[in-house]
Design a protein around this ligand. Sequence first.
Ligand code: GDP
Length: 364
Amino acid sequence: GLRCGIVGLPNVGKSTLFNAISNAKAESANYPFCTIEPNVGIITVPDERLQILEELVHPERVLPTVIEFVDIAGLVKGASKGEGLGNKFLANIREVDAIIHVVRCFEDPNIVHVAGKVDPISDKEIIDTELQLKDLDSVEKKLLKVQRSAKAGDAKAKKEFASLEKYKNHLEAGLNVRSLDVTEDDKEAVADLNLLTEKPVIYAANVDEDSMNDGNEFSKTLAEHVKNENTQVVLISASIEAQIAELTEPEEKEMFLAEYGLKESGLNKLIRASYELLNLVTYFTAGVKEVRAWTIEKGWKAPQAAGVIHTDFEKGFIRAEVIKLADYQEYKSEAKIKEAGKMAVEGKEYVVQDGDIMHFRFNV
Ligand code: GDP
């Protein structure tokens, strides 16, 4: 599943948000979790299409997809040089698919700001710098390694060297790798490095409770500052999230949100933003035993999508039967859908669409 790392300076609201995530996971008690580390919170991805399918199919169980949040605390100024718990936690970031960068956008005289005042741009840049320095380290180490072969005339090493130099210059200019224009060759040269500033990022502007709908001057400054990056700024209020996490009934949650004039929680907004940023879509399998959601990347063909369920499904793929949710709603049962000619039979080249209900046929 999708793994997101939560980073940010101390006292910006990371733990509050992370605790909300950890509490929220209670909802998904029926999910077969493996044991998880204390700094990992797993929550289910809300999807109303699952409810629709549940009412149509009456399965024994419903399994939403999950998203993992890793609390990457201890990232402070100097982390790249081993300050604080820096290095250990930087290693954690290498394993995530996306970074959620929490930025303090609330005033509170009682809560100390590590830099003395609320300044989202400067906060963001402190974290960026630490990550850039770490990346620079990785790139320079590799440069040293390939330098010798490049000098000896090895063509591949020469190419790699040129690519690595490009990354080095960009990072030395104080820029994140994700904003560098790269070729396939460049990408290949750094593929083994798992660069931190190459990962997609979402900014979670932690605003005061009254600014959840429209933001405030801090969140607006932040949004303006990153508007040319391929990113999203999501408004959250860590304290509201903490309160929502205390509520157990969905109706209670809705009422609570409505009091603040909100349609959905900040957590939901973060999940949606992650799916959009990473180009993820969901398909479903629906049987009497289980209705289940699966996450794939937009553009994946049927065999690759089937591989998410089991590698055998991909290897032995024969064909896929595809139903659209609207047809399921209209005809109510698979038999009726078939009768109406609304079940499509698709081959290896079929690109799975968001919301497709799939049934795979395969050889074992
Ligand atoms: P972390 O160091 O980034 O993990 O920050 P914490 O989550 O521990 O938050 C630091 C302090 O700020 C705690 O006392 C929180 O209760 C408080 N805090 C977090 N989010 C908000 C918020 O949205 N508004 C206000 N006023 N306080 C907050």
